[in-house]
Ligand binder design. Structure first.
Ligand code: DX5
Ligand code: ZN
Length: 230
């Protein structure tokens, strides 16, 4: 089976109705989301607090497809088993979250989950050069993590292109996270990304009661990304 490097849209539920997460997950999947991106924040690694493994476990029955868990927490190792048990499919840790990212990625794979590593805008792509044979995904942050609705940091585009070169034929997804919209999706797709996280750009204008906008937003972002690939 050739590695599936087609464009995937991963709405971030950080932009969803926090009082209605289950219904929001069902709505975005029904409207065409490929993955559901779950932003876990601890108020320590990032200046915001969202939710933990219990929330992921509660969401699991409402997500038919891939639960893409983005751990913006430090330390990360003590919580890996809980997120794996909660039903995460992909568990992504930040290379900046501690001194032992290699051990963290080994632990994620030992739990039977797909392993991702994330890079903040200030971190060189060389920081993952020695990890590319032990990950399933590299997430390039195009905002400083902690909040949705921020402005895309264009200086990250050469980093994405360099990462695409470094990955070569390895079965490793490039995920881009932060400020992805119809306008920036073509830039990241052209640079080599295949998994596009989008929170505010997907949820804007819609609701659980009226999710049509979710579908329109997802289709527009996907079309813009695919057109840029040619
Ligand atoms: C930020 C999160 C992102 C964010 C994306 O720390 O990791 O996933 O929710 O939100 P938008 O697409 O609105 O920038
Ligand atoms: Zn995220």
């Amino acid at each position: 089976m050739p590695f599936n490097r087609s464009i995937k849209i991963a709405p971030s539920i950080l932009a969803a109705d926090f009082a209605n997460f289950g219904a929001e997950c069902r709505a975005i999947e029904a409207e065409g989301a490929d993955w559901v991106h779950v932003d876990v924040m601890d108020g320590h690694f990032v200046p915001n607090l969202t939710f933990g493994p219990a929330m992921c476990a509660a969401l699991r029955p409402h997500i038919k497809g891939v639960m893409d868990v983005h751990l913006m927490i430090a330390p990360v190792d003590p919580y890996l088993e809980a997120f794996a048990k909660a039903g995460a499919d992909i568990i992504t840790a930040h290379v900046e979250a501690g001194p032992h990212i290699h051990r963290t990625l080994q632990a994620i794979r030992a739990l039977g989950k797909k392993a991702g590593v994330a890079l903040n805008p200030g971190t060189s792509v060389e920081a993952v050069a020695d990890l590319l044979d032990m990950v399933d995904l590299v997430c390039v942050m195009t905002v400083n993590p902690g909040f949705g609705g921020q402005v895309f940091i264009e200086s990250q585009l050469p980093k994405i292109a360099r990462l695409r070169q470094m990955i070569g034929d390895r079965p490793v997804h490039i995920e881009v996270d932060g400020g992805v919209t119809v306008a920036t999706a073509p830039l990241v797709a052209k640079a080599g990304a295949d998994a596009l996280v989008a929170g505010s750009a997907v949820f804007k204008g819609g609701s659980v009661a009226d999710p049509a906008a979710y579908g329109a937003n997802i289709r527009a972002i996907r079309a813009a990304a695919e057109a840029a690939r040619g």
